[in-house]
Design a protein around this ligand. Structure first.
Ligand SMILES: Cc1ncc(C[n+]2csc(CCOP(=O)(O)OP(=O)(O)O)c2C)c(N)n1
Length: 371
């Protein structure tokens, strides 16, 4: 086990004082420590992992220092383009330290969306010629080696983190934005009741897990729901694609972190959707599913963004009554959107889907053909 605070201090003492990335449950302790100890300008939670590579590159351009980019291995894909066409030795040759949480490590049980990515995590780094070390208890040795390599060769290097590597860190700064009164699960319960037989495409993280459990609780099947267990940020694009092939209403149930990750998808959905796409964003101003690290969604005007992207009819809801009312209006309308404001939090005993992604897909495809 690696002492989280000592690890952080080693980085800062070696002049690696700029952190950026997308939070990961496996890096929860490290992310909390960075959030407490770095000032806001030196810890930027990025929209996606590619943006984080861009930020670290920019910081290097103005300071000559190495930026630190933290990510779940799911984000490797988002990072590939700027790693290969910006930071690589054959382009601008920009050094940085990537810290990658290794979900789905072969031999360690994990959810289906992490299995393939876990298998190829190291191979992807090898294909990109990014030298890596798997963080060992001797973290100082690993960091010394990688930092000096990044500096001497002017190239990105990576530290791969196994599950359970970092010691528990108790956050000092517990400030959280409170966006509403209801928990996400309570709000989802109302939505699912009100939309009846309509189809759902839901986002990555606990939102889809809660939808699965709510259906179980109410003795319903799962055939109306496409649970986007991986592929964070692409929910609105999947929902748009689904909505094009059916006349049924399609409710896209998104999260603010997911929305921000690939916000461009909303512009395309807003412009191209027919009247059957209904977009709902759960705004809790956090990456709640992976530890509650803040997003910027309490600081941007999501309503104006939705309107500007073509969802001219946009509702807002904070209470069960407001949700019911909005959903019923939305059912009768064309393309429209709802911003839900919920508070952070979820059940300790929240389970995970017990059906496989393929079973989910087949049931959804059979159901959608019915009307
Ligand atoms: C590309 C990618 N990066 C990071 C993650 C890890 N991850 C899973 S859920 C999640 C947070 C989602 O936040 P949000 O959409 O706001 O939903 P909330 O958890 O608040 O309901 C993150 C960062 C991921 N699955 N994929």
């Amino acid at each position: 086990m690696v002492d989280t605070e000592k690890f952080y201090e080693y980085l800062v003492n070696h002049d690696l004082d700029f952190f950026t990335g997308v939070p990961d449950s496996l890096l929860k302790e490290l992310c909390a420590c960075i959030k407490d100890k770095s000032n806001n300008k030196h810890n930027i939670i990025a929209a996606n992992e590619g943006n984080a590579v861009g930020l670290a590159a920019g910081y290097h351009l103005s300071t000559g220092k190495l930026g630190v980019v933290y990510m779940q291995n799911s984000g490797e894909g988002n990072a590939v383009n700027p790693l290969m066409s910006l930071a690589d030795l054959k382009v601008y040759s920009i050094p940085m330290l990537l810290i990658i949480g290794w979900r789905g490590e072969p031999g360690v049980h994990d959810e289906p969306q992490h299995v393939k990515q876990g298998e190829v995590t190291l191979k992807l780094l090898e294909a990109m010629d990014i030298e890596y070390r798997i963080l060992s208890d001797n973290f100082e040795e690993d960091l010394k080696y990688l930092i000096s390599l990044a500096k001497s060769d002017n190239k990105p290097v990576a530290l791969v983190i196994r599950k359970g590597t970092f010691s528990k860190y108790s956050p000092i700064n517990k400030d959280k934005a409170v966006m509403g009164e209801l928990l996400r699960e309570e709000a989802l319960d109302v939505i699912l009741k009100e939309i009846g037989d309509d189809m759902v495409v839901s986002t990555t993280g606990k939102e889809s897990r809660e939808i699965f459990e709510l259906r179980e609780k109410h003795g319903q099947g799962h055939e109306h729901d496409f649970l986007t267990v991986g592929s964070m940020g692409h929910t609105s694009s999947i929902a748009l694609g689904v909505s094009i092939g059916t006349n049924r209403n399609v409710w896209c149930l998104d999260g603010d972190g997911s929305f921000i990750m690939h916000m461009g998808g909303l512009a395309i959905a807003g412009v191209n959707a027919g009247s059957n796409l209904k977009y709902v964003i759960n705004n809790n101003a956090a990456h709640e599913s992976v530890g509650g690290q803040p997003t910027v969604s309490d600081k941007i005007d999501i309503k104006s963004i939705l309107k500007a992207c073509g969802f001219s009819s946009t509702y807002e809801a904070r209470t069960k009554e407001e949700i019911k009312d909005s959903i019923n209006k939305m059912k009768k309308e064309g393309k429209c959107a709802l911003i839900l404001y919920t508070k952070q939090g979820s059940r300790e005993d929240l389970g995970r889907p017990t059906t496989t992604p393929i079973q989910n897909k087949v049931a959804f495809m059979n159901e959608i053909k019915k009307q």
